[in-house]
Structures are given as C-alpha cells and as structure tokens.
Design a protein around this ligand. Structure first.
Ligand SMILES: Cc1cc2nc3c(=O)[nH]c(=O)nc-3n(C[C@H](O)[C@H](O)[C@H](O)COP(=O)(O)O)c2cc1C
Length: 195
C-alpha cells in the first residue's frame, strides 16, 4: 500500500486484501523456523471490544482467517472464556486493527457468532490438536479462574471455540505526512469523513 489510492472502493479492496495477506503470511517463528527476525504483520493481532452487561470490555486476539469476499474474520478462543458468554448475550462488537508500518487504523463494526460444535469447529480442532497451540484450549481451569500457581494443568478434552466476525462497516484512518484521511467503508455506506 505504498501508493495512495483515491477511490473508496479501491481502498476498501486493498484493506481486505491486506487482511487476507496478513493471515497467509505466518511469521517464521510460527512456522517453527529459526532466526525469526521477520516482524509479524501488525494487523495479525486485533483488539476485540464486546459488551458485558452494559459495560465495555476488550482484549487482544490473533486473527486466524479472513474471507474478503464474505467480509468475514475468524478468531479462536476457549469456549469457557468470558468473551464467549458476552457474545452470546450481545452479538455486536468492534474490532480495532492498527499498523504503525501502514499508518492505518481499522475500526470495524462487526456482528459476532461463536461456534463450539459442528464441522467447521471439528475440522479446525483436528488441525490444531497436533500443534503447540492446542494447549491453549486444553487447560482444566477456565480462562480468568484464579490459580494458586502460574502454570495450569492439561486436561484431555479441548474447549476450542471459533469466533466469527461479520464486518458491517469499517472506519478507516490513514495517518500520512501529506495529510491524514478517514473514510467509512462498507458497500453503499462508503463516504469520506473528516479525520
Ligand atoms: C498478543 C495477544 C494475542 C492473544 N490472542 C488470543 C487469541 O487468539 N485467543 C484468545 O482467546 N485469547 C488471546 N489472547 C488473550 C486475550 O487477550 C484475553 O486475555 C483472554 O482471551 C481472556 O479474555 P476474556 O476474559 O475477555 O474472555 C491474546 C493476548 C495477547 C496479548
């Protein structure tokens, strides 16, 4: 994204393409390769804000999958985590992505959906089960439960869950030496905004 695109539909397409690429480009450390000095794409970790009984809540999550055509993003979590209960009660959320390198922030309004069973979940769990990441979903204690010691035990059953986020609009901010720009992107709703 070195050239400054001028058309809103081009900007929107380039954002989704960048999100797809950032998931596809797994850093060397994640691929288990040494000398992992390649920095991960900054959009690989998003902040997901949810509603917790009228109170705002937010946390960092690793972006796992992006379907640009469907405007769909996927995150993985523990089915017992507080965010899952929050999403089941209030499916509206906001995702924040910021990249200093790109000078861009995405503030995405999303509808959230948690899946804990079914083919989509079992196929991803089958892939994940053999990786080091599997232990995140095998802890006996639910996330947030107080522990007497820093390390948790491993159980035999996974608590893997998928969080799907369907993007409704994207509030895009670009910080640039020649002038900041901001736009609301999302189908027919797209328009320029005062930064
Ligand atoms: C860089 C980073 C990446 C994280 N990625 C995930 C993730 O992909 N899934 C997840 O459930 N928690 C992830 N976490 C932990 C969450 O931020 C959070 O602490 C945890 O999920 C509990 O959130 P909750 O209490 O809102 O459910 C990550 C934390 C950091 C710092």
């Amino acid at each position: 994204m070195s050239t400054r695109l001028q058309e809103l539909d081009e900007i929107e397409a380039s954002i989704w393409s960048e999100l797809e690429q950032c998931v596809a480009q797994r850093p060397r450390a994640e691929r288990g390769e040494p000398d992992a000095d390649e920095p991960p794409h900054e959009w690989r970790v998003a902040v997901l804000a949810t509603v917790d009984d009228g109170q705002a809540d937010a946390r960092s999550l690793v972006l796992r999958e992006v379907d640009a055509a469907e405007r769909r993003l996927v995150f993985y979590t523990d089915a017992r985590s507080p965010k899952v209960r929050q999403i089941e009660q209030s499916p509206q959320g906001t995702l924040i992505f910021y990249s200093r390198k790109l000078g861009q922030q995405l503030r995405m309004q999303v509808r959230l959906h948690v899946q804990t069973t079914g083919l989509a979940v079992s196929s991803r769990w089958a892939r994940l089960q053999t990786s080091a990441g599997a232990r995140d979903y095998l802890a006996v204690a639910a996330p947030g439960r107080p522990l007497d010691a820093p390390l948790s035990d491993l159980g035999v059953r996974g608590h893997f869950a998928m969080i799907e986020a369907m993007a409704e609009t994207v509030d895009w901010v670009e910080l640039h030496p020649e002038g900041h720009r901001r736009a609301l992107l999302g189908g027919h709703a797209s328009r320029w905004l005062q930064p």
